[in-house]
Write a protein that binds this ligand. Structure first.
Ligand SMILES: O=C(O)c1ccccc1NCC(=O)[C@H](O)[C@H](O)COP(=O)(O)O
Length: 226
């Protein structure tokens, strides 16, 4: 399967357009008031209209209640939800049923033990997103530009597709793809000038680097042994 590239935390029509024109497969809209990338329902509905049919629209929430999930589903009509809080597997299943859409569950990873819940989340989520575990007391549960040790998830097959994120940028994404061989990669900080301020040139560079690395990985896989 061709690698999917997700650009997360888009907040303005021009930067969303840059991601779409660069060929992003997924665009993420963040619904978390404390985030510099937070978008209102109204703004998100406009951005979603711009992206619809051109890339899959991902609504990112953090421990959102039912009313919030339902409002986003109704007003923004995303293609998927990304749950980036402390949702337990039962809650992931509940949100999935409630919103009637596939769900990506983000799991914070720092050490091998953080992979213990993978199996139970793989039973209820459509995709697992491995992200760096935030520092204690961090304001945000994701989007911190922090990397983690990718060898922890290299070659891991939880039975659902894996999305890799956490501190990726145009210079590091190729090595990460070569090592982990994920189904998808996700970036936010690595394509910004400052938190919340996306840089179109970095978005283009990230998508191009990810596509080139995916093509190279396929060539190696498909090369005949003799
Ligand atoms: O981006 C945010 O502000 C955010 C807020 C709350 C939860 C998650 C958030 N972002 C998640 C992402 O953008 C990505 O899924 C992932 O964490 C990668 O982020 P980065 O390391 O900044 O590339």
């Amino acid at each position: 399967m061709t690698l999917l590239v997700k650009i997360c935390g888009l907040t303005t029509p021009p930067t969303l357009e840059a991601a779409l024109e660069a060929g992003a497969d997924m665009v993420g809209l963040v619904f978390f008031a404390r985030s510099p990338r937070h978008v209102s329902l109204d703004a998100a509905a406009g951005l979603a209209a711009q992206a619809r049919g051109r890339a899959r629209i991902v609504a990112l929430t953090v421990d959102a209640d039912d009313a919030t999930i339902e409002a986003i589903a109704k007003l923004v009509e995303p293609d998927l939800f990304q749950l980036h809080g402390r949702e337990i597997p039962a809650r992931v299943a509940d949100v999935r049923a409630r919103c009637g859409r596939p769900v990506i569950k983000a799991l914070p990873i720092a050490v091998r033990d953080d992979l213990a819940p993978v199996e139970s989340f793989a039973e209820v989520a459509d995709m697992l997103l491995f992200d760096a575990k935030p520092a204690p007391g961090a304001a945000l549960p994701g989007g911190n530009g922090l990397a983690f040790d990718h060898t922890l998830v290299a070659g891991l097959d939880p039975g659902v597709p894996v999305m890799l994120s956490g501190g990726l940028d145009p210079a590091t994404v190729a090595q990460a793809i070569g090592l982990v061989r994920p189904a998808a990669v996700d970036v936010s900080s690595g394509v910004e000038r400052a938190p919340g301020d996306k840089d179109p040139a970095k978005i283009r560079a990230f998508v191009a680097a990810a596509r080139a690395a995916d093509a190279a990985a396929r060539e190696i896989r498909e090369e005949p042994p003799l």
